[in-house]
Write a protein of this length. Sequence first.
Length: 157
Amino acid sequence: MAPKSRYQLAQKLTERDVPDNVAAAVLDRFEEVRLIDDAEFAMMWVRSRAETRSLARSVLKRELADKGVPAELAEEALAQVSDDDERASAVQLIRRKMRAGIDLSDRRIRDKETRKLVGMLARKGYSQSLAFSLIRDAMSERQADDDCGLTVGPPYP
């Protein structure tokens, strides 16, 4: 039901025992009438997954490769996501996932929260150095807000 790359469709046809020459002819015709367009598929995939799942380019690149999208088309699609976009997504993730009401002045609690957030960002494809930097900034910001008496995040723990 969802859009597919040529590679994915070729796999489906193979699974259904469609002869290779027939499958190739069908796929060629689909490309000719633009029912299959790997470049457009890659652009749509990157847009969608970067926005809805907040994935870093490294994970998106791997997903496109798994779907059989040629490397040059993948690179063009990944160019939609800038370093600033990737950084902003990571900051949003950190702000959403950082627990409200925790005592960041307690080193053990702060370290535990940092490990949890770094792990979450790593699963999304963000580098460790970026993760630690952004988490440190977010925690400093949260601590400064807490020192001023501002409430950040939901009012429940």
